[in-house]
Design a protein around this ligand. Structure first.
Ligand SMILES: *Cc1c(COP(=O)(O)O)cnc(C)c1O
Length: 404
């Protein structure tokens, strides 16, 4: 006889590196979820910018069922139709000429960093090995990506870290210029810092990075793991800026909830990922690729992409209305459906206190650091769910204010 799992089982059986909320959702449909007790939640969290079409979208469920009854996995000893279709679509719709498929954002970034190093070795020699990234940036949890990330607390305490990594100040071109030289291999940047607090890059900053990289024969790498696949209202955020990278990484929304990642690059760079240099057992798996292709084709339409901008405006209006009444936010910012509300001075560091209150009111939300409430809902969240979710958020905020 099997018993129903409880939240206590998490503490018994799982490594303690997460601290999940007390509820256990068991079913989802669109932007609503239900827990073990049948309580309903509106989803503004989107599985951290992953559930790009909400939960169990029929297009994704169909892709899963159809491919699931045909072929799941082969390894890269063989290629497969869904992976080839996915790669073709990514190449046709972006700056890129070549695609490397994998299963997560960290893996895509690991591949990007290894490729950048390899390209530098191939063309300029071993000494061109410096990677410049930014304070507060986030690029994944492998030892290389976490070291390139700009939050030392995530990379400390694991022994020696990879060398040749320098950190500059985000949106401060002079701080990059000061570190840049002929030994610079690549600059890795998020067009909008996600985990770091929903901070969009300025257009001048990204344009300046492009120029600096060109001057020093360094590669420009955009980490679009969080900002990509419609999240910012264009297929990728770089389109909004009119700045084209040499390498771009994608994951999260790409699989709509299935673990899929991709590293996109221009031809002359891709050549350095020659046969045998890198790989992944699951990368480009038929099942995952079929689902990612379905997600990508559904999202890459004017209807969905323009809808993201409309929903952005709605989120902003609701948050501003809440703020006029309660004065909890200092700034509301973001692009598309990646939105951050920075707490005002009186509520400094208290964004995380909203999350359990929101759960009690029937809303799932996120934070980005201690001081920013973050929302990354489905790109097709219905207007009624936005309104209801905001009513629940307001009740949670009223309780935060009352407890202050
Ligand atoms: C989430 C995230 C990653 C890491 O992705 P994983 O799939 O967790 O490995 C990397 N970069 C950015 C910008 C992210 O938001």
């Amino acid at each position: 006889m099997s018993t129903t799992p409880t939240r206590q089982d998490f503490d018994h059986y799982m490594t303690p590196n997460y601290a999940p909320q007390q509820i256990i959702p068991v079913r989802g449909e669109g932007s609503r979820l239900w827990d073990q007790q049948g309580r309903e939640y509106i989803d503004f969290a989107g599985g951290i910018a992953v559930n790009s079409l909400g939960h169990c979208h029929p297009v994704l469920v169909n892709a899963l069922k159809e491919q699931g009854e045909k072929l799941w996995h082969l390894s890269n000893i063989y290629t497969n139709e869904p992976a080839l279709k996915l790669a073709k679509k990514l190449v046709e719709r972006t700056f890129a000429d070549k695609v490397y498929l994998c299963s997560s954002g960290g893996e895509a970034n690991e591949a990007a960093l290894k490729l950048a190093r390899r390209y530098a070795v191939d063309h300029y020699g071993e000494k061109k090995d410096k990677i410049i990234s930014f304070n507060q940036s986030f690029h994944g949890r492998t030892l290389f990506t976490v070291s390139v990330g700009g939050q030392p607390k995530y990379s400390q305490g694991f022994g020696p870290v990879p060398g040749g990594i320098l950190h500059a100040e985000f949106n401060d071109l002079e701080s990059v210029r000061a570190l840049m030289g002929d030994d610079t291999c690549a600059v890795m940047v998020e067009p909008m810092q996600g985990e770091g607090g929903i901070l969009p890059a300025t257009p001048e900053f990204l344009k300046g990075l492009r120029e600096l990289c060109d001057q020093h024969n360094a590669l420009l790498v955009f980490d679009e793991v969080q900002t990509g696949v419609g999240r910012c209202g264009t297929l990728y955020a770089y389109e909004r800026y009119g700045v084209t990278p040499d390498i771009l990484t994608s994951a999260k929304s790409l699989g709509g909830g299935f673990p899929v990642g991709a590293m996109l690059s221009i031809d002359k760079v891709a050549k350095s990922l020659a046969f045998g240099t890198h790989g992944s057992t699951y990368g480009g798996n038929a099942l995952g690729s079929a689902i990612a292709l379905a997600a990508l084709e559904f999202i890459d339409t004017p209807d969905v992409l323009e809808g993201v901008q409309k929903r952005h405006d709605l989120f902003r209006e609701h948050l501003e209305t809440i703020n006029r009444k309660h004065g909890v936010f200092k700034e509301i910012r973001g692009m598309g459906l990646l939105i951050g509300a920075q707490m005002s001075d009186a509520y400094e560091g208290r964004a995380k206190d909203i999350l359990p209150l929101a759960i009690e009111e029937g809303l799932m939300a996120l934070i980005a650091g201690p001081n920013v409430l973050r929302m990354a809902p489905s790109l097709v969240i219905p207007e009624a769910d936005i309104a209801e979710g905001m009513a629940r958020l307001e009740r949670a905020i009223e309780r935060l204010v009352a407890s202050a």
